[in-house]
Design a protein around this ligand. Structure first.
Ligand code: BV8
Ligand code: ZN
Length: 236
């Protein structure tokens, strides 16, 4: 069967990765995530924003994929045609065995020059991650080509989603027979408009989330439980 999984921060909650809103601790506790995850915030205080992403990258590096990540990969091992479309910037789907993951909002473990897009190998986002034990300000490295600051390769609020990733996600949601929406509050656009697409094309929609979300009313079935329990139930 052709199955699409649309996942959000709740997918990684059981790996101990704070959901997007919970990642605002310490230095960043006085900010609203939607204000911090923007180019304007970065330009006004690069060290504050770069330090936030480095702290988040260090936390994800120490986290492990949870049974929900591993369970999703099991569907493919059983011969289903699986598309994973995630809003998350962590690499836990891949580390849990999924392949061909579409990252709608970019990836945490990559960075590029804000001004000219130059990248560097090894990626500065990965440099000395293990040594980061608390969230601190950190001045981003300067680009070798133009001297601009490196920025994380994520999609900030107000930025367009990468066209090819968006097109892959739309294609996956249009062709799936079953859509499983896991751990998203369904508040961020345009990702939150995807479940409607699948529903309109006759897919069966199941939501796994302990709480209600803005997309719950689109689901034929709601499993009000954590991701690992919900995925395990679907595998039985
Ligand atoms: C764009 C990367 C235009 C960065 C992220 C007013 C109205 C409508 C829309 C807008 C508006 N004003 C602005 C907009 C557009 C804006 C938007 O949607 N804003 C919202 C907040 C109103 N969108 C954008 O700006 C997008 N771009 O529109 O561009 C454009 C077009 C063309 C040309 C130029 C410009 C870009 C959006 C992408 C932003 N980047 N991430 C980073 O990570 O730092 S979004 C970020 O927040 C995350 O990636 C994630 O997607 C989102 C958080 O959402 P969730 O994943 O759902 O997580 P959340 O914490 O909210 O919820 C967790 C859920 O898990 C809960 O439901 C909880 O119950 C559940 N849960 C908890 N534990 C578990 C669990 N579930 C299962 N198991 C558990 N154990
Ligand atoms: Zn540059």
């Amino acid at each position: 069967m052709r199955i699409a999984f649309l996942t959000g921060a709740g997918m990684s909650a059981e790996s101990g990765v704070p959901t997007f809103r919970d990642a605002l601790t310490g230095l960043w506790s006085r900010f609203d995530a939607t204000a911090l995850a923007t180019e304007a915030a970065f330009r006004s205080d690069p060290a504050l924003v770069w330090g936030w992403y480095r702290w988040r990258a260090a936390m994800v590096r120490r986290a492990q994929p949870n049974p929900a990540h591993v369970g999703i990969a099991e569907f493919a091992r059983r011969g289903h045609l699986v598309d994973v479309v995630t809003q998350n910037v962590d690499d836990l789907h891949e580390r849990g065995g999924a392949s061909g993951v579409t990252h709608l909002h970019g990836r945490l473990f990559a960075s590029r020059c804000l001004d000219c897009g130059t990248t560097r190998d090894p990626d500065p986002m990965l440099d000395g991650l293990d040594a980061i034990v608390e969230g601190v300000r950190e001045t981003p490295p300067a680009c070798d080509a133009c001297g601009g600051p490196f920025r994380p390769d994520v999609v900030w609020f107000g930025e367009a989603l990468p066209e090819d990733d968006w097109a892959r996600a739309v294609a996956a949601l249009e062709r799936c027979e079953l859509l499983v929406v896991v751990g998203t509050s369904g508040l961020v656009q345009p990702a939150a408009s995807l479940p409607q697409l699948a529903r309109e094309r006759g897919a069966r929609v199941i939501e796994i989330n302990p709480g209600d979300s803005a997309v719950s009313q689109l689901a034929h079935e709601r499993l009000r439980m954590p991701a690992s329990s919900g995925i395990r139930m679907l595998l039985e």
